[in-house]
Design a protein around this ligand. Structure first.
Ligand code: KIV
Length: 282
């Protein structure tokens, strides 16, 4: 049985913290499952760390469906959450259709979407159809061109009030949890304490119920840019480059491959092959 939304609510009610990590493929999902990570987010961050774009804007629903299927195949315990990409939920009707595709074709157990305001009715429509929704407030990368360099959201009284209000409205609309991205710690704590559902922080300090990090940041795989809020728990980019350099050196020097990495031919067949016309012409 996979982790369910009720398990996160239970952890929150018990005052226990939990973690999520993004995942985009079968092998990563297998490793995260082995590590006991309870939820995997197939984030549209795949647009930057997997596809190499500057932003998440070019990511399509087909892309997310494709990656969700791999992550679902690689995991058996974690809840898998699929991210709705830019412009796939402009209103309740389209949002529901997109969430339905992630659910049916991507085989996920929940979807995530960015924003409050008009998104509240989109959340409600999706939840009404039995699909759990995770909200996402604060810095929402799909609005990169609106926010510009203003990454931290909620620093002013007006912004903070708006965020708190939107969080409450998302909860009322039926969201089962809310990601708070790049919100000042104190505000993230206030929002967390004023909701009943769990909050999940990224770049929002230690007062949220859960924490989510991007796979490539967490493991030191993406070197174009390391966000301030990321803590690399490994430096896999260096490990991989060193391994590839060793591989190149060994092939060039004839150290790899050896007979151990190939299969032998029966002596008799080899003798006959050598004596055959075919071998002589070759
Ligand atoms: O796309 C993503 O990976 C996300 C997380 C960073 C929350 O939205």
């Amino acid at each position: 049985m996979r982790v369910a939304i009720q398990d996160f609510q239970h952890l929150r009610d018990q005052g226990e913290r939990f973690v999520l990590v993004t995942a985009y493929d079968y092998t990563s999902a297998q490793l995260a499952d082995r590590a006991g990570i309870p939820a995997l987010l197939v984030g549209d961050s795949l647009g930057t760390v997997v596809q190499g774009h500057d932003t998440t804007i070019p990511v399509t629903l087909d892309d997310v469906v494709y990656h969700c299927r791999m992550v679902v195949r690689g995991s058996s315990k974690a809840m898998v959450i699929g991210d709705l990409p830019f412009m796939t939920y402009p209103d309740a009707e389209h949002g529901l259709a997109s969430a339905g595709r992630l659910f049916q074709e991507g085989r996920v157990q929940a979807v995530k979407l960015e924003g409050g305001g008009r998104m509240v009715e989109v959340v409600q429509a999706i939840v009404d159809h039995g699909i759990p929704v995770m909200g996402h407030l604060g810095y929402t990368p799909q609005s990169v061109h609106r926010f510009g360099k203003q990454i931290v959201r909620g620093k002013t009284l007006e912004q903070a009030r708006l965020l708190l209000n939107e969080a409450r409205r998302l909860e009322d609309a039926g969201a089962f949890s809310i990601v708070l991205e790049c919100v000042p710690s104190a505000l993230a704590g206030l929002i967390t304490r004023s909701l009943h559902i769990p909050t999940i922080g990224i770049g929002s300090g230690p007062e949220t119920d859960g924490q989510v990090q991007v796979w490539h940041d967490l493991l030191g795989l993406y070197t174009d840019f390391v966000p301030r809020h990321a803590k690399p728990y490994a430096h896999l980019a260096e490990t991989i480059v060193a391994a590839l350099e060793s591989y190149s050196t060994e092939v060039r020097e004839g150290v790899f491959p050896t007979e151990r990495h190939a299969s032998a031919m029966p002596e008799e067949a080899l003798r006959m092959l050598r004596e055959s016309e075919l071998f002589r012409t070759a």
